[in-house]
Design a binder for this molecule. Sequence first.
Ligand code: NAP
Length: 307
Amino acid sequence: MVEKLALVGIGKIARDQHIPAISDNPEFSLEAVVSRNATVDGVQHFKTVDELLEARPDITTVSLAIPPQPRFDYAAKALNAGRNVMLEKPPGQSLAECFTLETLAREQGVSIFATWHSRYADCVPDLREWLSSRTIKKLEIVWKEDVRKWHPGQEWIWEPGGMGVFDPGINALSILTEILPFPVHLKSAKLEFPENRATPIAASLDFANPVNAQMRAEFDWRQEGPQSWDIVIDTDDGAATLSHGGALLTIGGQQIKQGQDNEYANLYARMASLLKSGKSDMDMSPLIHVCDAFSLGERLVTDPFHY
Ligand code: NAP
């Protein structure tokens, strides 16, 4: 059966990834979009999610590609109307929001999926498998990008709930929590807030772990020139580097795999399988680390940021 789907929020990620991934997946048909401003050629348009839910009871799944701050209200409306829901990352602006949505989905007997697109990068399963039989000595995440290039004019990332540099940083944490054979927790953090902004522009995190390895993450949005989305891991059996956000895996200095850009195709395939089994997937571990960083992190004030 083809699932009828509506996509909510027609912004950067909807156009770059969601629309192509949905149209390439024969298990979904894009029946409607909800946008305050935009339309998509050949697809029915609604201005609000209430209008969509009222007019199209046949649409079974709602995919939310809006920023985290408004997401809870949209998701709760869709779930209360008995629809399955797919959440862009981060799944909410707080843990309590996400747990409430998970409970609502259970009560309504529908599926909810907190997507972590970076987990679905091609080389992530290979690294997970390789690490499962090795002992980690040291792990370093370096996620440094130019916010002006990747988030031009996006004010929501600087507003409460927008998470600042954790908006990309949570992608690294979603990979970390997928590849490690054991759970870790945050020990300490430093967060740098521009003096004119409510969210951090840089963060460094230090993780406690059961093998007492040094495990650190550096996130920085002020990186000009080459950009870094790398995880470097030393083990008792050589070193592995996962780079380009999970698309390239090097082990012992040798390139093992160069993946394709399949993240969103894989996300919609996973959603289709959740719908078939009637299950949900709401792993909150990446968001827990971000919330812990806001709770434990030492706060430093740095230069103002302007686009
Ligand atoms: P965006 O382009 O700034 O915004 C997406 C759309 O959300 C907007 O075009 C707008 O759509 C809607 N929107 C914005 N503020 C809203 C509000 N207050 N209430 C209701 N709707 C609102 O953001 P984006 O880059 O696509 O990111 C959206 C989500 O995807 C974020 O959670 C982000 O972390 C995640 N994501 C982004 C990327 C990326 O490369 N940009 C990659 C992966 C994941 P309408 O005008 O259509 O209403």
